[in-house]
Each structure stands twice: as structure tokens, then as C-alpha cells.
Ligand binder design. Structure first.
Ligand code: C2E
Ligand code: CA
Ligand code: CA
Length: 557
């Protein structure tokens, strides 16, 4: 078939561009005649003389950076074994001059005159966002490469009866730092942090950056667990000193989580989840903590997962119920209010305390539906008590930030009051200091509107120090509930002074002060003497089922 001039022109132009790219070292080509055992390579990316190789495998072994050799050879083997359509590989090469570059190889086997020939094009993708191998900012390997390396490390560890470790590192104050100092600061921080970590790890260890700004160290093999403990200690010690980023001295707080393979698991996904869970435990425990995924942690991990999977069934199967704990009014010498406290009895797990499942429900978004159920159930109960003529001032409902921030929250609550014919002033919302501060920062009207609609607001767990008193006092809330931790040591002079000053300010502004978790007569006497208005705690009553509360209400006619 005659070639038309336009095609000829195109082909000439193409070959000019192609030759140019070959010369600049942006691309390279390789042809390996597998049947005849001949190889032709033209590339300037690595800087090697390339006619001395027996085959493509030997070539790969020569150019691949030592940490990525296994990966490069594995990709080729996978192409031959799995018969995928294309050969595709991303790894680092170490050039003859000792430079590290990222390359992307794409290829395919063709039949040429009866011979099988592998044609490969190599792209220099260093610093480019096009390839999938590394994090552009820190130049570290990313999650995709890490997972593959972990997979092969697990295989090797198992076959050689060895152990390896995965170490997750999370910068605890990362968000706060970035919010304070901006995006450029984030770049510098991540770069600086990755360089510091790199200087602390061993020659054969791998440092990777995950998209979530978490860092992971892969220790391919170790002999004694102490080596891993020492490494974590070294990392913590290193970052105990302030770090200088953009001329700002900052303190970095780290949480570390470790999982061991194949002991903890030989599954890549599972190991990563275990590490993530260990990190979250470290965060929960405080600053600069390192947690190993041991037997105990593993139990709480599986329990948490079970709770996550069982929670949605709680509402469907009617497994939630409320207990009510009375609040005692000292001057009136009787119970005046009842706090609704959620209970959950699950057929597989048994009784799960609210402190355990509520944070999970918040985190997974289930709290909205569960919270709606709590509000309706509590308001329905209060309405039924009104109908029966029982005397009480309020029913209290615990509300968390996710609920409060919903635009429909107040309408839902007002709707319930209307439906069950109860006045909003009989409903008290208990929110913690932290919730109040968080909500106010974003949307001050939420609290204002609740108060204007007649609802009462109590500040729960007060005194454990999220905020200063003055920021809370801006709102005409009804009650401060002083946290049990202060009441536990109320005989202590410092706590007495603290409590007395809270009472003085509150009285001045027209709030009531309630003491939570009062267990003994001694505590009660001290609190009454200090001018406390109300008491809640086991000393008077534990949270009780509705019918037992009704027995109390009947007597206080
Ligand atoms: P909270 O609101 O601070 O409730 C007080 C907790 O202390 C309750 O635990 C109560 O049973 C317990 N308590 C009361 N008096 C005493 C005492 O004298 N000694 C001791 N040791 N404990 C006492 P509970 O019922 O396990 O609830 C724990 C937390 O779970 C609550 O703390 C609250 O933050 C949350 N919670 C409970 N129900 C709900 C709910 O319906 N919604 C939301 N968002 N949170 C809830
Ligand atoms: Ca409460
Ligand atoms: Ca409380």
C-alpha cells in the first residue's frame, strides 16, 4: 500500500521528537528477543553502558535501587506468570553517578518473525505526579509501593522463619500546626519530618508516606523485639527537642503504633488496620506514646469492630433503653430532675457501657439516629409523668457535638415537645464544656436559639479544663454540673476553694451548681456547706429503670 505524504511527514516528525527524547534522557527503549537471547537497550536515564547485559532481568538487577530490586524483578515475573496485557513497573533506579531517579516502565511482548520480543519504554518520572510510586512532596515511597513491599516482606519473613515490623507514626498536633501556620508550613514540616525520620532508620528499612499524612516504617526483618522498641524510643527522643520549620520553633508530638508480621497477621490490610488501631490507642493514652499491637490491644480491636457492626442493629431490634438518675435539690430537700442515660444490651456482646459505644457511634455517624431515639423516648417519658400528675422540674438529655451542629436539631426537639405536649422548659440539654466551646466557635446561634426557645442548658463534666469560666458565662445557661473528679477529692482544701468560687460566681449570675458522682455522706455534707444547689450520685440513687423512678415520683406527690 502506498504511504501518503501526510503519514510520512507525521512519521518523520514523530521520530525527531522520539530521538530528541532519547537524547535528553527523558525516555529510553529496550528490546529483548527472548527466543534468540539478544538484548538492545538505548537509554540515558541511568548512565550505564548498556550493551553488556545477558537479558532484561540482569539489566533490571543492575539499574534498580537496592531497596527496589525485589519490586522490579517481581513485576517482570508477574508479567510473565500472570500473562497480563502489559508489562508495567515503577521503581527507583540508582544512576551510575549515584543519583536516585524514579522510572516508569511500560512494555509488551510481540511476535516478530516468529520470535517473542519484549519491547519496553522507560520514562524518567522523577518529581512528576504522573506515576504511582512515590509521594511527590517528600519523595518517599507511597502507600501503593509500601503495600507491595510489605506483601513480599511478609512472604520472605514466613519462608525464612523471621519477623518483621510495621511502625505507624502520626504527628498528633499536625492539624493544629497547619491551621496555625498555613500550607507552605505543611510542606516544609512534612519534608523536614521525613528527612529526620529517614536519618533514624536502618539501611534496609523503608520509610513511606501515606496520603493521610501518616508515616510508616517497614522493618523487613529483626532478631529481637528490643530492636523495634529501641527504634521507637529513638524516634520519640529525637522529636522531644523543638524543631525549626520556617524559622518557627515547634514541638512535634508523636503517636506510634507497631504491628509485627507474621505474628500479628500475615495479611497486608489487616496489619495496616492493626497499626492504625495501635496508633489510635497511643493517641488516646496521651502524648508521645508507643503502642504495640499485643494480645490485649487485639481484644479491644475486635471488640470495637464488633460494636461497630452491631450498633446499627440496636435500634432495629429495640436493644436500647434508658435509665434515669435523679438529681437532688438541697434547699427543697427532694428530687427535682431526672437525667436520661442510655443503655445497650447486645445479644452477642452483652451489656456495653455508654462510655464505650457512644464515642464509636459518634465517630461512625450512628449517633444521629440513636440520639433521636433517646430524645423521643425521654420526652415521651416526661410527658407520661406529667399526665400522671408526678411533680418534677426537668428531664435531662445528653447531647454530643455532632447532634447539636445539625441544622434540624432544634426543629426536631421542638417538634417532639409539640407532639408529646410538653413545654421546652421541662427539657434540659446536657452538653460538655468541650461541646459548648466547639459549637460556639462555629455557630453561636445554636445555643442562643435553644435558650430562646425555652430549653435549659446544663454544662456537663464542668471543671476538667477545656475553657475558662468567662467564655461559658456569656450564655444564660441554667446549670453547671461539676465533674466527679473534683467531687472525689472535695475534702481537699484546693478543691473546696475551687468549688466555693464556682458557687459564688454561679449564684451571682443565677446558675445552679450541681455536684456529680457524690457517693458518700461526707461529700454531701461538705458540698451542702459550700452552697452547692444540687447533688447527683450513688449516695442518693444510681440510674434506675423508668418504673423504679415512678415509684419515687409517686411518693413525692
Ligand atoms: P455523664 O453524662 O457524665 O453521666 C454520668 C455518669 O456517671 C453515668 O454513667 C452515671 O451512671 C455515672 N454516675 C452517676 N453517679 C455516680 C456515682 O456516684 N459514682 C460513679 N462512679 N458513677 C456515677 P453512664 O450512665 O455509664 O454514662 C456515661 C457517659 O455516657 C455519660 O456521662 C454521658 O457522657 C454518656 N451518655 C450516657 N447516655 C447518653 C446519651 O443518651 N447520649 C449521649 N450523647 N451521651 C450519653
Ligand atoms: Ca450528663
Ligand atoms: Ca458528667
Amino acid at each position: 500500500m502506498p504511504i501518503n505524504t501526510r503519514d510520512t511527514y507525521k512519521a518523520e516528525e514523530f521520530s525527531k521528537v522520539y530521538r530528541h527524547a532519547l537524547r535528553t534522557g527523558d525516555i529510553g527503549i529496550c528490546r529483548w528477543n527472548i527466543d534468540k537471547g539478544k538484548i538492545y537497550i538505548s537509554e540515558k536515564i541511568t548512565g550505564y553502558e548498556l550493551d553488556s547485559f545477558k537479558d532484561f532481568k540482569e539489566y533490571l538487577s543492575k539499574i534498580a535501587y537496592y531497596k527496589d530490586k525485589d519490586l522490579a524483578l517481581q513485576d517482570l515475573e508477574d508479567y510473565f506468570n500472570r500473562n497480563t496485557i502489559y508489562y508495567h513497573s515503577t521503581f527507583r533506579v540508582e544512576t551510575r553517578a549515584g543519583q536516585i531517579k524514579w522510572v516508569l516502565l511500560k512494555g509488551k511482548i510481540f511476535k516478530e518473525k516468529g520470535d517473542k520480543v519484549l519491547n519496553v519504554i522507560m520514562f524518567n518520572v522523577t518529581g512528576s505526579k504522573l506515576h504511582e510510586g512515590h509521594d511527590v512532596l517528600t519523595n518517599l515511597i507511597n502507600d501503593k509501593i509500601l503495600f507491595r513491599k510489605l506483601e513480599s516482606s511478609i512472604k520472605i519473613a514466613k519462608s525464612q522463619n523471621k519477623k518483621g515490623a510495621l511502625i505507624y507514626i502520626d504527628i498528633g498536633n499536625f492539624k493544629i500546626l497547619v491551621n496555625n501556620f498555613g500550607i507552605q508550613f505543611r510542606y516544609e514540616l512534612l519534608q523536614n519530618f521525613s528527612q529526620c525520620l529517614n536519618s533514624l532508620i536502618g539501611e534496609y528499612d523503608e520509610l513511606a508516606k501515606l496520603p493521610s499524612d501518616k508515616f510508616v516504617i517497614l522493618i523487613r526483618s529483626f532478631n529481637d523485639i528490643k530492636e523495634i522498641q529501641d527504634m521507637c524510643k529513638k524516634i520519640h527522643e529525637y522529636f522531644e527537642r523543638p524543631v525549626n520549620i520556617m524559622d518557627i520553633q515547634i514541638n512535634i508530638s508523636l503517636s506510634i503504633g507497631v504491628a509485627i508480621f507474621p505474628d500479628d497477621s500475615s495479611d497486608v490490610d489487616e496489619l495496616l488496620k492493626f497499626c492504625d488501631f495501635a496508633v489510635s490507642q497511643s493517641k488516646y493514652l496521651g502524648k508521645n506514646i508507643c503502642t504495640f499491637f499485643d494480645k490485649e490491644i487485639s481484644e479491644s480491636y475486635f471488640r470495637k469492630n464488633l460494636i461497630v457492626s452491631e450498633l446499627p442493629n440496636g435500634l432495629v431490634n429495640n436493644k436500647f433503653y434508658l435509665h434515669y438518675q435523679p438529681k437532688f435539690d438541697i434547699s427543697a430537700n427532694k428530687f427535682n430532675s431526672y437525667e436520661a442515660l442510655l443503655r445497650w444490651n447486645n445479644s452477642k456482646i452483652g451489656f456495653v457501657p455508654p462510655n464505650e459505644f457512644i464515642p464509636i457511634a459518634e465517630n461512625k455517624g450512628y449517633i444521629i439516629e440513636i440520639g433521636k431515639w433517646v430524645m423521643e423516648e425521654a420526652i415521651k417519658t416526661a410527658a407520661s409523668w406529667n399526665k400522671k400528675g408526678y411533680k418534677f422540674e426537668t428531664i435531662s438529655i445528653n447531647i454530643c457535638p455532632v447532634q447539636l451542629k445539625r441544622k434540624d436539631f432544634i426543629f426536631y426537639l421542638l417538634g417532639l415537645c409539640l407532639k408529646h405536649k410538653i413545654s421546652p422548659c421541662q427539657v434540659e440539654i446536657e452538653i460538655t464544656e468541650g461541646t459548648l466551646m466547639e459549637t460556639c466557635r462555629d455557630n453561636i446561634e445554636i445555643i442562643d436559639n435553644l435558650i430562646k426557645s425555652g430549653f435549659k442548658i446544663a454544662i456537663d463534666d464542668f471543671g476538667i479544663g477545656y475553657s475558662n469560666l468567662s467564655s461559658i458565662l456569656k450564655f444564660p445557661i441554667s446549670t453547671l454540673k461539676v465533674d466527679k473528679s473534683i467531687i472525689d477529692n472535695i475534702e481537699n482544701e484546693v478543691n473546696k476553694v475551687l468549688f466555693k468560687s464556682i458557687v459564688n460566681i454561679a449564684n451571682h449570675l443565677g446558675f445552679k451548681v450541681i455536684a456529680e458522682g457524690v457517693e458518700t455522706k461526707e461529700q454531701f455534707d461538705i458540698l451542702a456547706q459550700l452552697g452547692c444547689n444540687g447533688i447527683q450520685g450513688y449516695y442518693f440513687s444510681r440510674p434506675l429503670p423508668k418504673d423504679e423512678i415512678e415509684n419515687i415520683l409517686k411518693k413525692s406527690f
